[in-house]
Design a protein around this ligand. Structure first.
Ligand code: ADP
Length: 860
């Protein structure tokens, strides 16, 4: 915030104070003007009352005259027309307000009329006024009637107001009436000549809102009827107010009254400007006055403030001089500068005394300060040194653990602290020595002191490792006898730090080795390990996990525990209950199956454990183990028993039956029958033998003890032999040789390869529901391999079983398998044989159309 100058502030203050006073005065004036205006309005209201009274008096007076004549005629009973005429003349001359008067019969015919003739010179007597409204009203009411404004028949331009009063005969019946027509000219003149205030316009309306009196004679003569629209006040229920008049086309202040007896309305209007003019003029005058007053005040304030301000400025200048010049001033100096009010002179004098005292104190303070500064510099220097020492030590301890070569590190450290310690330093630790110049091995302390130091005296600090003295820090004192206490302290600290550093280094190395060992163990484990910290972040997983989840682990860094579980959830096949138990910690293990990227499905066992040490929990871990083989062995074990019992039971039962039959002593069998039984027994034994052979083969393959008697043979020959082995008529077998190329010679165990081909062809016939079974055998040579395929038009195999059918005991569930009955060992043995020949076997198929088994063998 910017500060105003003193002058500015003074002027502002003066102006505000005085302007407030003037404003107050202005408000009082304003209130007075407002009350004046109110009075003005009141006067207009009173004038309206006055107008009301005048109208009423005029009409009432004329009404009474008419009523008196009627009363007189009624009282007299019979009265001649001549006499009546005289009476009317007398009354008319007395009351110039009447334009004419007449007396009529009850049927409305004028009997006596004054004046006798109308403006057109026609006789008025005998004219009938039966159609007049006042006549009708009179007949009805039978009392004095005052008509609204109407035009007479006499041809006069002026509208009239008629006052008619009834005459009664002796029987009290209405026998006629007296009528006096008021001359509205006369009425207007009489009313308007009276004063109702400046610029005012009095108006009188009859019961039909027709103008009775108005300044504008034309309106009156035309019998103008005013509507609510013309005069706003007619529409309002107020007695006064500002309204816009359609007649005068201006805003007017109107005061209004009603004459109940006549049902007439009167008001006085005055242009609104007239009412407020005074107010505005006064307001303007006051505003001008205020403005001038403020200007004058500002000017006066300016001079006053300037005068006062100048004195203060002088004082300020004086103070500034005294402060800036910084010396004890002449005690009378202020008298020359300050000429202003006495108080300012007193302030200046007091200030001078104060300034002088301050000056003295300042000098003392400066001296003190100088002394202090010196001491601080010294102290800073010593602190700087300690700081450097501490920094050095800190660095020493902090960075050692990462350094492989401790001796080199100590040497670089010694070079760094050389400027701090004014003596050469040497470290001796377990037969090794380090100085800024060299590193030596296999040297003891005495030898070292004798050969490697320059001086004759040393300061030696011992170095401990695990409380055993293991080395020395040697300070070569050169020619000096002793070192300072501060340096001694530092050296002690240095020796301690060295101990700590060495201790840390040993611990660190131990830790590093342990870590490396642990890592090697974890990495070489045949189980997967995942370690999770307390924030549920995976901090370690071994390569087993990477292999297991493959690319799924990529892009998951930081890999959270949740990801692992989600991966299992999304990719794995598991028991829902087991998984939820595992998630909500009610179980610490579960089994799941996973299809690996190479499409092989495996079973895993996951087990979780807490990682903790002495009640402190660091997180948890997961162990994942591949239990596929165990699972399979379990499966095999149970399968083996059921298959063995099933496959052996049937032939053994038949053999037993046949033998029992043959052994019956009570029967003698025909040779033919005996032979038949023995052939059956022979076949069954063959089946059992085949089964046993299969198992033997499997166990040989399993244990890797299958021996192959390899020789070079023509593949074509083997194929032909096998085709011949297949019973005639069981299928249409075609052997397609390539058009060109050599006859492939393979180096194989021919009986084993035959065994494989027989198995493939038997399967091709067995798993075939066609009436016309077809087998196509073909081969193809590519580089140094031969691809031999056996194609059938059988039931086919779904893609998901392509791998499975080569598993032991695996059979695809179908009517064909159920019908034929088999062990599920054939393909497994075939695969074992082919793999023992360093070959491959696989299948491609179309469900319902047929399968093609292909064997790939190397060519010698
Ligand atoms: P087995 O014939 O005793 O059942 P294999 O190991 O020879 O045992 O065959 C395994 C399974 O593979 C068979 O049960 C059958 O479901 C399927 N299979 C083998 N060969 C064919 C084929 N040519 N067409 C259709 N399915 C076949």
């Amino acid at each position: 915030m910017s500060k105003k100058s003193l002058n500015g502030q003074l002027i502002l203050s003066f102006t505000i104070v005085l302007s407030l006073a003037i404003l107050l005065f202005g408000i009082v004036q304003f209130l007075q003007v407002a009350s004046l205006i109110n009075e003005n309005k009141n006067q207009q209201k009173q004038a309206t009352q006055y107008l009301t009274a005048n109208v009423f008096n005029f009409v009432d007076k004329h009404k009474k005259v008419v009523e008196t004549i009627a009363f007189y005629i009624t009282k007299q009973g019979e009265i001649s027309d001549a006499e009546t005429e005289k009476l009317l003349l007398a009354v008319k001359s007395q009351n110039p307000g009447f334009l004419n008067m007449y007396i009529a019969d009850s049927d409305g015919t004028a009997r006596v009329f004054y004046p006798l003739y109308n403006d057109k010179g026609e006789a008025n007597v005998g004219v009938n006024f039966l159609d007049r409204d006042y006549y009708k009203e009179l007949m009805k009411k039978k009392e004095t009637v005052i008509s609204p404004v109407f035009k007479g028949r006499g041809g006069t331009k002026n509208p009239l107001v008629a006052i008619a009063s009834p005459i009664f005969n002796k029987e009290g019946e209405l026998s006629g009436y007296v009528l006096g027509a008021i001359n509205l000219n006369e009425f207007s003149n009489e009313l308007l000549k009276k004063s109702y205030g400046q610029q005012t316009s009095p108006v009188v309306l009859d019961q039909n809102n027709t103008i009775v009196v108005h300044k504008n004679e034309k309106l009156r003569i035309n019998m103008t009827q005013l509507t609510n629209k013309d005069i706003g006040i007619l529409a309002s229920s107020k007695n006064d107010g500002y309204f816009y008049s359609n007649l005068t086309k201006m805003k007017e202040y109107i005061t209004y009254a009603q004459i109940q007896e006549l049902k007439w309305k009167v008001w006085i209007s005055r242009p609104a400007e007239e009412v407020t003019n005074e107010y505005l003029a006064t307001l303007f005058k006051m505003g001008t006055l205020l403005f001038i007053a403020i200007i004058v005040i500002a000017i006066i304030s300016y001079f006053l403030a300037n005068n006062f301000g100048n004195q203060l400025k002088q004082l300020v200048k004086y103070v500034q001089q005294t402060v800036l010049e910084n010396h004890t001033t002449d005690s009378k100096m202020y008298e020359q500068i300050i000429k202003g009010p006495q108080e300012i002179a007193v302030v200046a004098e007091k200030f001078q005394i104060l300034a002088n005292t301050v000056q003295q104190k300042r000098k003392q303070l400066l001296d003190l300060n100088e002394d202090l500064e010196k001491r601080i510099i010294e102290r800073t220097k010593s602190l700087q040194k300690s700081n450097n020492e501490l920094l050095a030590i800190n660095k020493f301890i902090g960075s050692i653990t990462k350094t492989e070569n401790v001796s080199r590190f100590i040497q670089s450290f010694l070079k760094e602290i050389e400027p701090i310690i004014p003596f050469p330093l040497h470290f001796l630790f377990k037969n090794q020595s380090v100085s800024t110049e060299r590193i030596l091995h296999d040297i003891n302390i005495n030898e070292y002191l004798a050969t490697q130091t320059k001086g004759e005296t040393w300061h030696i600090e011992p170095i401990y490792l695990d409380q055993a003295q293991s080395g020395f820090l040697i300070v070569d004192l050169m020619e000096k006898e002793s070192i300072s206490e501060g340096d001694q302290r530092f050296l002690k600290m240095l020796a301690n730090s060295f101990s700590i550093m060495i201790h840390n280094k040993v611990l660190f190395d131990q830790y590093r080795i342990k870590h490396a060992e642990l890592n090697a163990v974890l990495e070489s484990m045949s189980e997967g390990i995942v370690l999770v910290n307390n924030e549920n972040k995976v901090i370690y997983f071994n390569s087993f996990i990477t292999r297991l989840l493959g690319k799924e682990t990529a892009g998951l860094h930081p890999f959270a525990e949740e990801h692992l579980l989600r991966l299992i959830e999304s990719l794995g096949d598991y028991n829902e209950q087991e998984f939820s138990d595992f998630l909500d910690e009610s179980s610490d293990n579960m089994k799941f199956r996973l299809r690996l990227p190479n499409r092989i499905e495996k079973t895993y066992f996951i087990w979780k454990f807490n990682v903790q040490h002495e009640n402190e929990r660091f997180g948890k871990g997961y162990v994942i183990r591949d239990i596929t083989t165990e699972e399979e062995i379990d499966f095999l074990k149970s399968n083996l028993i059921s298959i063995a019992s099933h496959e052996f039971k049937t032939p053994i039962t038949t053999i037993k039956g046949s033998i029992e039959t043959l052994l019956r002593a009570d029967a003698s069998w025909e040779e033919e029958f005996k032979r038949e039984l023995l052939v059956g027994v022979h076949e069954d034994i063959n089946r059992i033998q085949e089964l046993v052979n299969d198992w033997l083969d499997i166990s040989k393959i399993e244990s890797g003890s299958m021996t192959l008697v390899k020789e070079s043979v023509s593949l074509q020959r083997i194929i032909k032999q096998v085709i011949n082995q297949i019973p005639e008529g069981s299928a249409d077998i075609q052997f397609i040789k390539p058009a060109v190329g050599e006859v492939p010679i393979v180096f194989v165990d021919k009986s084993r390869i035959r065994q494989v081909l027989v198995n493939l062809m038997t399967n091709a016939i067995r798993y075939n529901d066609q009436a016309h079974k077809q087998i196509v055998i073909s081969y193809l040579i590519e580089k140094n391999q031969v691809h031999l395929s056996v194609k059938d038009n059988g039931i086919g195999i779904q893609e998901r079983f392509y791998e499975k059918i080569f598993d032991r005991f695996y059979r695809v569930e179908s009517t064909a398998t159920r019908r034929t009955g088999g062990t599920g060992l054939g393909l497994s043995i075939s695969k074992g044989i082919i793999e023992a020949h360093a070959g491959k076997i696989f299948v491609e198929s179309q469900l319902g159309k047929g399968s093609t088994f292909t064997i790939t063998l190397p060519i010698k």
